[in-house]
Write a protein that binds this ligand. Structure first.
Ligand SMILES: [Zn+2]
Length: 119
């Protein structure tokens, strides 16, 4: 990948976000308004290219089946799940369900094969 050499300008930022900025510190202020924090020029260029090529992350749906939530606006390209489905309780759920059904199956087998004389 080639490094970004072009400086970030007021016009560029205004075009990207449709915000009107002017005066000293406008570029920095506009960048903070758009991206939420003070990023380097190359980081801003990267994010703008990413958004242009892949669309806004907040428009991408969560990868969990039936989840209506969108991804956070600052999501990376690799991110697939919303905040809810990325949380530990959501990630551990399939394993807990599998274990619960295994225990239930084992209890059913034990009940069916139990020796009535030993009870
Ligand atoms: Zn989700």
């Amino acid at each position: 990948m080639q490094r970004h050499r072009e400086p970030v300008t007021v016009e560029w930022i205004a075009e990207a976000g449709g915000i009107s900025v002017a005066g000293p510190g406008a570029v920095e202020q506009g960048a903070i308004e758009l991206f939420g924090k003070d990023l380097s020029d190359s980081a801003i260029a990267y994010r703008m290219r990413r958004d242009r090529e892949l669309g806004d992350a907040s428009a991408r749906p969560c990868a969990e089946a039936g989840c209506p939530r969108a991804l956070p606006a600052a999501a990376s390209t690799r991110r697939r799940y919303c905040n809810f489905h990325l949380a530990p309780h959501s990630r551990i759920r399939p394993f807990r369900e599998r274990r619960r059904s295994a225990l239930r199956r084992r209890a059913a087998v034990r009940a069916a094969t139990a020796d009535p004389r030993r009870e």
